[in-house]
Design a protein. Structure first.
Length: 321
């Protein structure tokens, strides 16, 4: 597949950046003097945990909803999500003044369920596996006529997520490496298109939980692989790569790192205690990849994307770092 056949281009990301600007925050890329000294690199954190609804998902959801024509918007939107995209779409629908139908796994974080409910929407629950989530969302779509806004395998969503990269390029001059968490690949694919179009010398490295290693297996085999388990603490990264996201990731990605559950827990705690950023485990995965591979990044200017901060402190057992 050539670059011209990818679902999105740099022009789509640039257009999204202008479209969504009134509705999203320009989150900071925070330099950590303390951790930079300890880890031997210049370390910045792109704090999407400070974004509306506490995650980067606010970007893609509003970009998709704003591009609906009036007839489609009147029928509302539907999606399935473990939480952050659910809240993002609920918020986007409220901004546009349309209905949203949100399917969530039964084991979703209470914090993320409450976030959806805060927009006046009661989630529709499904079993936690991807097939059940998708089937329930399709059932709701058939009943309502709503437009499906997939949490990551949607070109407008991908373009919206890619705006994270445009801000990093502007905020962190001469960045050498950007570490990005990967689940379904919406954030990673959007950022890859932006970075490799504008700053191809920047290395983009994905980080994935070892207990949800389908992206690593997909890249190794050359074909999309499905998750084999759903019990990583990084609940937002339990999904498989999408049909639209995988070709972009396969073409542009420089490397992928796997991290264990203890590394994810330690990174989550350290971000809170030493950087004063609240991150959910999925949001801390990129930093976990840096911590557990610190020798690889010596002397480089590194940006770790902290993708979300919606942590359930009652249900999330972080243990000791």
């Amino acid at each position: 597949m050539s670059k011209d056949e990818f679902a999105i281009s740099i022009d789509n990301v640039r257009d999204a950046h202008q479209r969504i600007a009134p509705h999203v925050l320009r989150t900071p890329s925070l330099f950590s003097e303390r951790l930079s000294s300890e880890l031997g690199c210049e370390l910045f954190f792109k704090a999407e945990s400070l974004q509306h609804i506490g995650a980067f998902k606010a970007r893609g959801a509003i970009n998709a909803v704003l591009q609906l024509n009036d007839a489609d918007a009147a029928r509302g939107v539907v999606t399935h999500s473990s939480g952050n995209h659910a809240a993002a779409l609920a918020r986007a629908a409220k901004i546009r003044g349309i209905k949203a139908h949100i399917v969530m796994p039964r084991n979703s974080s209470p914090t993320k369920i409450a976030s959806v409910q805060s927009f006046g929407i009661e989630p529709i629950y499904s079993e936690p596996d991807s097939a059940s989530r998708e089937a329930k969302a399709l059932e709701v779509q058939s009943q309502t006529g709503a437009t499906m806004v997939h949490p990551y395998d949607n070109a407008n969503v991908m373009a919206g997520q890619g705006t994270v990269a445009l801000e990093i390029i502007d905020q962190v001059r001469d960045a050498g490496v950007v570490l990005v968490p990967v689940g379904g690949g919406g954030l990673l694919s959007g950022m890859l298109v932006a970075i490799k179009s504008l700053r191809p010398n920047i290395k983009v490295i994905a980080v994935e939980p070892a207990l949800a290693d389908d992206a690593a297996r997909s890249l190794q085999s050359g074909e999309r692989q499905m998750p084999t388990r759903y019990d990583t603490i990084a609940d937002g990264l339990r999904t498989s790569l999408g049909e639209l996201t995988f070709p972009i990731i396969r073409h542009f990605l420089d490397d992928i790192l796997l991290v264990g559950e203890d590394d994810i827990r330690a990174a989550t705690r350290e971000l809170s205690e030493r950087v004063h950023l609240v991150a959910e485990p999925s949001g801390a995965v990129a930093f976990a990849g840096l911590r557990s591979n610190r020798d690889r990044f010596q002397g480089q200017r590194v940006v770790a994307v902290i993708s979300g901060g919606n942590i359930d402190f009652n249900g999330c057992r972080l243990g000791q770092p």
